[in-house]
Design a protein around this ligand. Structure first.
Ligand code: ADP
Length: 605
């Protein structure tokens, strides 16, 4: 992908800036007003000294005091308002960028998530966005405020005493040069520190999530060595960074003193005749270099934040692999604003017509000229070796991917003529590694439902899949917390809960992708009955490793080498004595061994 230049990147933020251009303009005006007041302050001092002290004329003390007090109040007020506005801009921009990024994450196809790690995506949504938020608020205001102060102070000094002003102003570009050298170093050290920090964080979080593996493999020593190395590196680079920062501050006050020295040296003579002008110069010279630092800070923020803008905007501009055309969105709405009134009623006929498919970027073809018709209400089981393409078939039916060639037809029409939301809201998909959301059993069961279900309905569904005993045994029953990702439940229990949730959402198409593989074999008979019940009255696709769970299917499809190798009922395929019969033989032999081991009291796992 081509890299964009600095301003091109910033221009990508236009839609987000446009959204709050009014408040940003107000913030900039406040910055300008504040800096004007800052520039005026030394002029007050000058007036007081020249008129009240040198001339001894006290007639204007009262109006002077009033004007002075007003300016002080004005500065305070403007400061407050500017900070308030900047904060609003910052938080608002953060919110909008995060919403846009999160929304796009939800629109992106599953493919995107297999290419990008969760950690990196998290940091794009969280920290990259906040860097941008602070750039368009605080950095922008700092830059405006302090740059205009530098210009105003310089103008004021030139108006008062050009020769001295020129001498002071020579110090400014010199210090600016020194600062920007420091800045470069500081930025690179900070970046390094951030990288070490994220390395350290990911090491500790990987240890925490993988604690079982860590203990089982006894790799604590190795992991600790790597962790403490990184921690040590952080300490050393941290000291280096602090040293640099200290040097930077010291050189800043040194440069300020230098400017003061110039005023004292060149302007000392003024002190006798024009005490006021002399003092004003002292104030300007003293206060001139801090703003130079702020402006350089803001500029370097702009340069470093370019990377963050790129990351966030690349995500927001990422095109989903499967996307409804504008005409489809116009007619049927999208996932966020579905126009359900225009949705056709859903029957549940599924057909793949002459489908050839390979994953994007992969050379190998997974399905070749594949034809399949699953009429409404029938239960189809898909079997085949690992890697045969069973899950791929499901990916295509759910439109997680589009066929490379050929068509997916739903209710006899090309699926692309309807919205993906329409299709998916009619599909219930239970996976081998099902995901529960942290919360209660009740919340998880209700997740896919339009309205909250009654307790009795929840229990009926649990009963149907044979999970009611499991839930009644939980502390709290339906209100028991399942833990993060459902960690408090066993894999088999999670699968049954997901199955119950799928039943409750009453989908027209039910897909079970190895959805009962983790459920204990002892309850197989009940599992068979449960599957029979949940698939009744809807189109069902069952992928099963355990063939005994699919013998009741209306049709069994055997996939091999990207093609439909055999199809028919259990009895028919057995009689044909082909791949299916072979698979069944192998599995029965395994089961017999397991049973024998169990009978002998051994561990069958
Ligand atoms: P099954 O479910 O039958 O075990 P899959 O449908 O998951 O098999 O996979 C079929 C083939 O496609 C395998 O060779 C696998 O390596 C490949 N494959 C699966 N997912 C992807 C992906 N996201 N990108 C590239 N290749 C993939």
């Amino acid at each position: 992908k081509k890299k964009l230049g600095l301003w091109r990147q910033v221009a990508r933020l236009a839609p987000f800036i446009k959204e709050r251009r009014g408040i940003m303009a107000a913030m900039i005006v406040c910055g300008l007003a504040g800096s004007a007041a800052d520039v005026a302050m030394p002029l007050f001092e000058r007036y007081a000294l020249d008129v009240f002290v040198t001339e001894g004329d006290l007639s204007s003390v009262l109006p002077f005091a009033a004007a002075y007090a007003l300016t002080v109040f004005f500065t305070g007020g403007v400061n407050f308002i500017a900070c308030y506005l900047a904060m609003k801009v910052e938080l608002g921009t953060n919110r909008d960028l995060r919403n846009a990024a999160f929304r796009r994450l939800q629109e992106l196809s599953v493919e995107f998530f297999s290419l990008n790690s969760a950690g990196r995506l998290h940091s794009r949504v969280m920290s990259d966005t906040s860097k941008i938020g602070s750039l368009v608020s605080w950095s922008l205001m700092d830059c405006v405020w302090h740059a205009s102060y530098i210009l105003g102070a310089a103008a004021s000094m030139f108006a008062l005493y050009p020769a001295l002003a020129a001498a002071v102003c020579v110090v400014v570009p010199l210090t600016a040069l020194v600062f920007s050298l420091f800045q470069k170093k500081l930025v690179s050290v900070n970046r390094e520190l951030r990288e070490i920090n994220s390395d350290l964080t990911s090491r500790s979080s990987e240890m925490i999530t993988g604690v079982r593996t860590v203990k089982a493999l006894a790799v604590e020593k190795k992991l600790f060595a790597a962790f403490s190395d990184t921690a040590e590196r952080m300490r050393r680079r941290g000291i280096h960074a602090e040293r640099l920062r200290g040097l930077f501050s010291a050189s800043l006050s040194f440069a300020s003193s230098l400017a003061l020295a110039v005023v004292l040296w060149r302007g000392g003579i003024l002190a006798k005749e024009q005490l006021g002008t002399f003092t004003a110069f002292m104030s300007y010279a003293q206060g001139l270099l801090e703003p130079v630092r702020w402006v350089i800070d803001a500029i370097s923020d702009l340069i470093t934040t370019c990377v963050n803008i790129e990351r966030v905007m690349d995500l927001i501009d990422e095109e989903p692999l499967v996307r409804d055309t504008p005409e489809i969105v116009e007619r049927y709405g999208d996932v966020f604003k579905p126009k359900k009134e225009n949705w056709e009623s859903f029957v549940g006929d599924v057909e793949l017509r002459d489908v050839t498919f390979s994953y994007p970027g992969a050379a190998e073809t997974v399905l070749e000229h594949f034809d399949l018709k699953i009429p409404y209400g029938s239960t189809v089981a898909v079997v085949g070796e690992t890697g045969a393409g069973k899950s791929t078939l499901v990916n295509l039916i759910c439109r997680f991917y589009e066929p490379t060639e050929g068509l997916l037809l739903i209710d006899g029409r090309d699926a692309r003529e309807r919205s993906t939301a329409w299709l998916r809201s009619n599909i219930g998909y239970v996976q081998q590694t099902p995901h529960l959301f942290s919360g209660t059993v009740r919340e998880n069961l209700n997740y896919g439902c339009e309205d909250e279900k009654q307790d009795s309905e929840l229990w009926d569904a649990l009963e149907l899949v044979g999970a009611s005993e499991i839930v009644s045994r939980l502390d709290g029953g339906l209100d028991a917390a399942v833990g993060e990702g459902g960690e408090k439940l066993s894999s088999g229990e999670k699968q049954l809960l997901c199955l119950a949730a799928a039943v409750l959402s009453d989908p027209k198409i039910l897909i079970l992708d190895e959805a009962t593989a983790e459920v204990d074999t002892l309850s197989e008979k009940r599992l068979q009955q449960a599957i029979k019940k949940v698939t009744a009255g809807r189109t069902s696709v069952i992928i099963a490793h355990r063939l005994s769970t699919v013998t009741d299917a209306d049709e069994i499809l055997v996939i091999s080498g990207g093609k439909l190798a055999e199809r028919g009922s259990h009895e028919k395929l057995l009689a044909e004595n082909g791949i299916y019969a072979e698979l069944l033989k192998i599995q029965n032999a395994d089961d017999l061994t397991d049973a024998a081991l169990r009978a002998a009291g051994g561990d069958c796992k």
